[in-house]
Design a protein around this ligand. Structure first.
Ligand code: NAD
Length: 434
């Protein structure tokens, strides 16, 4: 099939690469000329394991192309995937301008029947909106259908998630249209669910909201564990073994960040509000998430004699999670901003995200590695659980620090071992672990 993918971000570039790898001819479009120029030079605008090789292979085999020309790409395609960003606005509603602009562009380029597939995360009703925009703006009286096919990939394992998704959701106006998209995914041999368009749009938000709920739930249990002498690692293990609960996303820490959970929870609360439903649970999930890093910093400040002023704080990990360079809504951003506001000196290191971090915080120091960051620090804070932080030479770290204060925001170290090594060690929900 001839496919057009609009938006070459984490979702679009991965989707386009995987569909080309499955033998389709794919044209990826972006209105960011710099991104397209990089891709044409064989450079990746984002970091995603395995992506560069896949893009290279399919470009060389002439199945994957890049352009800034939406009309050119749409005219040559049978299926158009919309994968542009829907960033949050101040109200919590997603910014729909890119989707609307792309829909108008598709309308102008519509030259024969096509299926327009929305992969971006969008509020219920967007399928109808896209259909109306195309109907009103098309220059030729050509038929088309709009499908919702929400994306569930995780940054850091996006290729694997796209090849082996838990499920593929296809929200279509009728079965014939659904089958056209189902055909594209058939080679993956994964579970598929066909729904109406509104239900597919809702599945995405409901899933992300539920996962966020599990995280905030685990964080609240952890905060209680800290006070009552229980060890949250043991508690979530015991909970997760219950097949009705499951272990995934019961990870206490600094809370969720990234480009999806914060914006999607806010958007669902807004959708609920607009139809007269007060989504109390989800509002509480968001509150817990906002409080989690503040609680952590309060404990760190207390360990540093009540003030960050003039103290050097080492930050390990800047990306919102391991194996990505994405820093959108990363907890590191919030933590560093608060530390700087209280006159701390911040030194940071991340294996992949430092270029992105430099754009946000040009004023802080960046280390070559974890040891560099620990040197002369008053405290070391683990913000992202990269694998390379899990087996550091902790004796070397301790001896190079000004004060051996280790705050593990992702619970990657064993509290007993760290205390035995002489660290003043704190984590989340394991304070009294023995
Ligand atoms: P992104 O910001 O990485 O990429 C979006 C791309 O769209 C950018 O390259 C941008 O230049 C391009 N773009 C914007 N307006 C355009 C236009 N008018 N014409 C052509 N290109 C345009 O975003 P992303 O992380 O890939 O997310 C895309 C959508 O998928 C969002 O709705 C997001 O919520 C959803 N989603 C993201 C993830 C994830 O892990 N990143 C997972 C599932 C769903």
């Amino acid at each position: 099939m001839n496919i057009c993918v609009v938006g070459t971000g984490y979702v679009g570039l991965v989707t386009g690469s995987v569909f080309s790898d499955l033998g389709n001819e794919v044209i990826c479009v972006d209105n960011n000329a710099e991104k397209i120029a990089m891709l044409e030079r064989g450079e990746m605008p984002i970091y995603e394991p395995g992506l560069e090789e896949m893009v290279k292979r399919n470009r060389e085999d002439h199945r994957l192309f890049f352009t800034t020309d939406l009309t050119y790409a749409v005219e040559r395609s049978d299926v158009v995937f919309i994968c542009v960003g829907t960033p949050p606005t101040e109200t919590g509603d997603p910014d729909m301008r890119a989707i609307q602009e792309v829909a108008r562009g598709i309308a102008r380029a519509l030259n024969r029947y096509k299926v327009i597939v929305n992969k971006s995360t969008v509020p219920v009703g967007t399928g109808d909106m896209v259909r109306e925009i195309i109907e009103t703006n098309r220059v030729r009286n050509v038929d088309f259908d709009v499908v919702s096919n929400p994306e569930f990939l995780r940054e850091g394992s996006a290729i694997k998630d796209t090849l082996e998704p838990d499920r593929i959701v296809i929200g279509a106006p009728n079965h014939v249209v659904a089958m056209k998209i189902l055909e594209l995914y058939a080679p993956l041999e994964r579970p598929m669910i066909i729904t109406d368009v509104a239900s597919a749009e809702m599945i995405k938000y409901a899933s992300n909201a539920f996962l966020a709920t599990k995280i905030s739930f685990a964080n609240t249990i952890a905060n209680i564990c800290d006070q009552v002498g229980a060890d949250v690692a043991q508690v979530v293990k015991g909970m997760g073994l219950d097949s009705r609960i499951g272990p995934a996303f019961l990870n206490p820490g600094l809370g969720y960040g990234g480009s999806c959970f914060p914006k999607d929870t806010a958007a669902l609360v807004r959708t609920a509000e607009k139809v007269g439903v007060d989504f109390k649970i989800l509002r509480a999930v968001m509150d817990v998430n906002a409080e989690q890093p503040i609680r952590f910093l309060d404990r760190l400040r207390a360990a540093l004699d009540g003030s960050f002023d003039g103290k050097t704080i080492g930050i390990l990990g800047l990306a919102f999670k391991p194996n990505t360079d994405d820093m959108r809504d990363a907890k590191s951003v919030e933590i560093i901003a608060r530390l700087l506001a209280e006159n701390a000196e911040v030194k940071a290191y991340d294996p992949i995200a430092m270029d992105n971090a430099r754009r946000i915080f040009p004023q802080i120091c960046y280390g070559k590695n974890a040891y560099d960051v620990a040197q002369d620090a008053d405290a070391l804070v683990i913000v992202t659980e990269w694998n390379e932080f899990k087996l550091l030479d902790m004796e070397r770290i301790k001896s190079s620090m000004r004060r051996p204060i280790l705050f593990d925001g992702r619970n990657i170290y064993d509290p007993i071992r760290m205390r035995r090594l002489g660290f003043e060690y704190q984590c989340v929900g394991r304070t009294r672990a023995t």
